[in-house]
Ligand binder design. Sequence first.
Ligand code: ADP
Ligand code: MG
Length: 637
Amino acid sequence: MSTETFEFQVEARQLLQLMIHSVYSNKDVFLRELISNSSDALDKLRLEKLWDDSLDADVSDLHIDITIDQDSRTLTVRDNGIGMSYEEVGRLIGTIANSGTAKFLQELKEAKDAAGQEGLIGQFGVGFYAGFMVADEVTLITRRAGEGQGTRWSSRGEGTYTLETVDDAPQGTSVTLHLKPADAENQLHDYCSPWKVREIIKRYSDFITWPIRMLPEADPTATGPDDEAPEPETLNSMKALWARSRDEVTDEEYHELYKHVGHDWRDPLETIRLQAEGTFEYQALLFLPEHAPHDLFTRDAKRGVQLYVKRVFIMDDCEALLPPYLRFVKGVVDAADLSLNVSREILQQDRHIEMMRRRLTKKVLSTVKELMAKDRDRYATLWREFGTVLKEGLVTDPENREAILAFASFASTDQDTEPTTLKQYVERMKDGQEDIYYLTGESRRSIEDSPHMEAFRDRGIEVLLLTDPVDEVWADAVGAYEGKQLRSVAKGRIDLDAKDDDTPDAEREKQAEDYAGLLAWLTEELDEDIKEVRLSSRLTVSPVCVVSDAHDLTPALENMYRAMGQEVPSAKRILELNPEHQLVKGLNQAYKEREDRSELAETAEVLLGLATLAEGGRPKEPARFVKLMADRLERSL
Ligand code: ADP
Ligand code: MG
């Protein structure tokens, strides 16, 4: 078959351009990326052969070779792993499947300065394309294990690549970089230097469990068959970091392992080691990343850690080892007593795995708690990036609820910048305050301005300002903390401490009597949407607000359940009037005086619309609402 030329997918082309005009200063990492891919490919082949012994592949000496050719200025990384089919090369190398690519590129465009761009590239990681930081041409030859024909891919990184089939490709993949000239100013080292290559491998890839060998260059002075061919040299120690004693491993080494398993270019925020001895022995090396991946909330996102059995890689993305709300945790778990051909299905039911999951979960949660105590900044980063996911655990993992609440923190009316924990909130509670108050909404601003907050603001009662969709769900599920009810200020009756209330009881009763007729009439008038109209004790400035009954779902929750495909009935809400407001007083007056109440009925509709708008909702019939409002404004001119 002849050579065919293809265009890179748009996103891939843009990323390549970035690599070529490299915004990323540490160019040495290209080699780490190629070796990381080769290591994955060797893992995959070993597993595939384990599952299917009839696979026509040689697994007797799985390894990675590095060859340097000074004359042609090429560096080749070759593995005898799983390889790729013709179709796979086009799909895996010509496109970028990461669902966050478009968003990432947009952010990249917006980041004007080089430092911002470098940070973003590091966050995204660009794997194979990193080769184009140091090479002006990359050629890849690969043959999928078990297949007869190989594929040759080649590109100069300028928008197109070529593909052709080759007959004599060895099993696995070789990537040959035609190196750019060394250029110290741009941190482009001489990657033809065996010394440099040795150093990079030692620094970034020492823990790789497959041998990385450097083949000596052909010696031009060799004269005859008597000269012994020099032996290849193994560059890495291959020691699994989690099997080495703690003080033997540097932070940098841990970080490089993280980059390999996490497909991230940045250092992790925290490294967690755990060693379980006894009847079921295992070691875990877990990492908390510094940034959330773009696909944290997509269904098909990769999650879970790598599972090893006695240093041998068994599976990627092992979901059984951590609960879904810890899906951002990366790392390696090495269990001594599992079968090598354990399957995902078996793992889901295995008693030992269940024990491991509980222990690992507790360890991660206690680490976050410690982080909060010892390093506020790093804790704040973690909570900003993963707080939303961790809060899912409050709903799905009652066993660890307390542990999560120990470090969960929230914005509050009392704190301008620092979020508060529930514990801190309780410590600040006023004498006589019995409940923990919160309000949910789209943004801090919109919650603070909500009419529901008025009485609380007046009395200086602290309210938690919750802006994540999951907040309403967990607040509902958790219910109480240290015996204090969690109460939404937009739900149920609010009866703030009577001591502070300067309205005497007798006066209240008179007020109730005075409004009784209007309230009854309005309740009937708005019956379709509202279950009750009553006087409010939470309003001081606004005329009206809508609230939910204490045990009803709020509109936001209803929407969320519907988005998840669940049928939920629409709960009618309650309209509250501020008896001290001039508009409400006037309305009462008009109600008492007029026989014809058709105009008043419209006013009632407008009031309901206003109350809905004030809490961030939308009136039932927006166009009609606008018309009614416009009519009234016109008359007031
Ligand atoms: P990532 O490793 O994060 O998936 P890369 O850009 O490094 O992203 O690689 C893209 C894909 O190309 C890999 O997921 C893998 O499927 C394939 N690939 C790259 N290098 C090799 C290799 N040496 N052998 C087999 N497949 C490879
Ligand atoms: Mg990779």
